[in-house]
Each structure stands twice: as structure tokens, then as C-alpha cells.
Design a protein around this ligand. Structure first.
Ligand SMILES: Nc1ncnc2c1ncn2[C@@H]1O[C@H](COP(=O)(O)OP(=O)(O)OP(=O)(O)O)[C@@H](O)[C@H]1O
Ligand code: SF4
Ligand SMILES: [Mg+2]
Length: 380
């Protein structure tokens, strides 16, 4: 990843002490994001995407939380920063759009007041009237319909898409240098999803923000991210520039995610292939490779040996930033993916993800042929 990164997470580990044992939600995760770039983080529910992001924001501190590693914002370690320093940075240099806007917004306060408060918290001397004017401006900026009126609305009076816009306006109140957007389009219909993604991309480009986009939707990632990290059971199992990840994925779990998405050229009613099994316990994860109980390519040794996230060997090729945690050789992986992609092209369909099957939501769709993949969004 880029040396120009503004936010860098290094070997982050986050555990929660529970009566049943330590839930190791994040287990040695490293990623980085540079200004004007987008890092997409994907993975099934419970893979640790949100916990890693919340920890970067300093929002998981507590007596039961065990955290180690480093989170560097422009070189400053946030994990060891005192709470008052974190409060000063949060909502200013570093902002987050939370996974659930309805619970992230205060239900009893008008959205305009909440946005104005976000401005005044970091800009001493800004009057109430000026902060309110800024709230209207921000709502207009995120294309809230009738912003001058909606500034006085309560969250429950807004549609899901409008609430998401209000959350984004609040996150952008102080023009952050890094924006973490956690599932910003989940639960929105396809048209609104598209608008919100366009909005985030426009704002990223206008403000030169670094963006971390967390989602389980590979179509969102394909459209928006420059780099992708695939998380499984608290770890990154594959990491690559987005174009490379979609053209030549290397990890069986990534193949599973890709094959569980509908293709643009799928025949009507074509069956999709879900990843078998369920994500493992984070208190007692499987031995060896954590994905082995669900992996079609498992060998005996993989039940014992824990594969590190390593750069592709690639016959002396330059390091493209593509890393994978799998014990198969690169040659074997390339051959398997070529077969899978070819088979899918013949059948004209990929098999269906359990995670993105809501009929009302937009889906990623893939046009794959001979191992190269082109991903777009389509209406379910
Ligand atoms: N405070 C907590 N105490 C114990 N376990 C927790 C706590 N917070 C999160 N977890 C566990 O950590 C794991 C990772 O959770 P996280 O919310 O990061 O998943 P996620 O990848 O964001 O999933 P989703 O796609 O559903 O949002 C889950 O198993 C979750 O149950
Ligand atoms: S190491 Fe083995 S079990 Fe793990 S992902 Fe690779 S092939 Fe599958
Ligand atoms: Mg989450």
C-alpha cells in the first residue's frame, strides 16, 4: 500500500473479554489509505470490519477490550492518544459514517441541530446562526431534497436515504481528511444506493479525502475502491489493487464471495453458489487455516499450518501489493481460478450469496470470461 498513506493500521488486534472467553474480533490486521484514494474492506458478517474501524476511531475503548498494534493518522498513534486528543480528532480530521444511521443519529434532536453541533464542537467561536447556515449548506452539498426545510426535521421524519445523507453531512461537517463509511448503502434501494455512492466519490475527489469503504457488497467495491482488503474471521486473507483482485483473485474465500454474486449475463433464474458452512467461532477459531472447514481445496496440512498473508511470488514480478493467505501454490491457485471462471462463463452464471439476496436491493453483477472479470451494479 502507498507510502503516502494518511491513515495506517498496523498489526491491529482487538479482543473482547466475555464470560465465554476472549472474542478475538480483529487478529493482526494491517491496511493503509492515501488522500484521494478509497480502500474497500469486504467480508461476511462478523469478520471484524466494523470493530477494526471503530477501534481506529478510538470507539472501542473499555475495560473488557484488549487492543494492540498501531493506528497512525499522519504518523500520530491514535491507540495511545489520550481521550481528549481523540475527541478533538474525531469528527474533524477523522470522521465516520456509521453502519446504522437511525441509531447513530439522536432521535430527539433535529438533524440540523446535530450537524450544527458537530461544527461548533470543533470550531470555537462559530455562532449558532452560522452553524445552522453551515448545516443547510452541508445538507445541500449532500443533495438533501429541500435542505432548508429538512434541516428542522427529526431523524424519524426522514427516509432511509435522507438519513444516510444527513449522516454523511454530519461526518463531512469539518471536511475530514479521512472518512470511514461503514456499509453506507446497506438497506437502501438501488437508486438511492447509486446516488449515495456517487456522492461519496464526488466528495472524496472534491475534498481529496482518504476513504475507507466497508461493505459486504463486492459490486460497491468494484465501482468505488482503488484497493481491496478481504476479511475473514478477524484477519485479512487477501489484499490487492481492485482491478487485480477482480481479474485474478487468489484466495478460495474471495472466489466464494465472487461466485456467490449474480452476473450481468446470467440467465433468468440461474442458481448461484453460496459459500458452504458458517463463519467460525472467534473464541475458538479453527486450527491451521481458518477457512479450512469451508474450503473445497483443503489438504491435510492446511488443518495444521496457519498461512501468513504473503506477497505473490509471481516469477520475479514486481510487488503489485497483491497479498494472499493460502497454502496452495500460486500456480495451483491460478489454474483453479481459470477453471472456475471458465465454468461460470460456460454456465453463464455465478452461484447466490446469502449475504446480499434481498430482492429490493441492488446487487453487484459480474461479466466474467476466461478469468478476467468486469463488475458492475445491476438491479436485482
Ligand atoms: N463488544 C463486543 N463484545 C463481544 N464481541 C463483540 C463485540 N463487538 C463485536 N463483537 C464481535 O466481533 C465480531 C466482529 O464484529 P464486527 O461488527 O466487526 O463484524 P462486521 O464484519 O462489521 O460484520 P457486519 O457485516 O455484520 O457488520 C463479531 O463476532 C461480533 O459479534
Ligand atoms: S490454505 Fe488450504 S484451506 Fe486455507 S484457503 Fe488455502 S486451500 Fe483453502
Ligand atoms: Mg459491521
Amino acid at each position: 500500500m502507498s507510502d503516502a498513506a494518511i491513515l495506517r493500521v498496523e498489526d491491529l488486534r482487538v479482543g473482547f473479554a466475555t464470560p465465554e472467553g476472549l472474542v478475538q474480533a480483529v487478529d493482526g490486521v494491517s491496511w493503509a489509505v492515501a488522500p484521494g484514494r478509497t480502500l474497500g474492506i469486504v467480508g461476511e458478517s462478523g469478520s471484524g470490519k466494523t470493530v477494526a474501524a471503530m477501534t481506529a476511531m478510538g470507539l472501542t475503548r473499555g475495560r473488557r477490550t484488549r487492543v494492540s498494534g498501531r493506528v497512525l493518522l499522519d504518523g500520530e498513534d491514535l491507540l495511545s492518544a489520550p481521550p481528549e486528543r481523540l475527541r478533538a480528532l474525531r469528527g474533524d480530521a477523522l470522521a465516520m459514517v456509521f453502519q446504522d444511521p437511525l441509531s447513530a443519529l439522536h432521535p430527539l434532536l433535529r438533524v440540523g441541530d446535530q450537524i450544527a453541533e458537530a461544527v461548533r464542537a470543533h470550531r470555537a467561536g462559530v455562532s449558532r446562526a452560522a452553524a445552522r447556515a453551515r448545516a443547510v449548506e452541508l445538507l445541500e452539498h449532500v443533495a438533501m431534497p429541500d435542505a432548508a426545510r429538512r434541516v428542522d426535521a427529526y431523524p424519524h421524519e426522514l427516509s432511509g436515504g435522507m438519513r444516510q445523507r444527513a449522516m454523511i453531512a454530519m461526518a463531512l461537517a469539518n471536511e475530514p481528511r479521512v472518512l470511514i463509511a461503514d456499509e453506507p448503502t446497506t438497506a437502501l434501494d438501488v437508486t438511492v444506493q447509486k446516488q449515495i455512492l456517487e456522492l461519496l466519490r464526488r466528495l472524496r475527489d472534491e475534498l481529496g479525502m482518504a476513504m475507507v469503504l466497508i461493505t459486504h457488497d463486492l459490486g460497491v467495491v468494484a465501482e468505488t475502491a482503488d484497493e481491496v482488503a478481504v476479511m475473514y474471521a478477524g484477519r485479512i486473507v487477501e489484499q490487492a489493487p481492485a482491478a487485480e483482485l477482480f481479474a485474478a483473485p487468489q484466495h478460495p474465500y474471495t472466489w466464494g464471495l465472487l461466485r456467490s454474486m449474480p452476473r450481468l449475463d446470467a440467465e433468468a433464474g440461474a442458481e448461484l453458489v453460496p459459500i458452504p458452512g458458517r463463519p467460525p467461532s472467534l473464541i475458538h477459531p479453527p486450527s491451521g487455516c481458518r477457512f479450512h472447514p469451508r474450503c473445497a481445496y483443503v489438504r491435510e496440512r492446511h488443518r495444521e499450518v496457519d498461512p501468513p498473508l504473503a506477497p505473490l511470488a509471481g516469477a520475479g514480478a514486481a510487488d503489485t501489493g497483491h497479498r494472499v493467505a493460502c497454502l496452495l501454490s500460486e500456480t495451483e491457485r491460478r489454474a483453479i481460478w481459470a477453471r472456475l471462471a471458465q465454468g461460470a462463463a460456460r454456465r453463464r452464471s455465478w452461484p447466490a450469496s446469502s449475504s446480499s439476496s434481498s430482492a429490493s436491493r441492488s446487487r453487484a453483477a459480474c461479466c466474467c470470461a476466461g478469468g478476467s472479470a468486469r463488475w458492475r451494479r445491476s438491479t436485482a
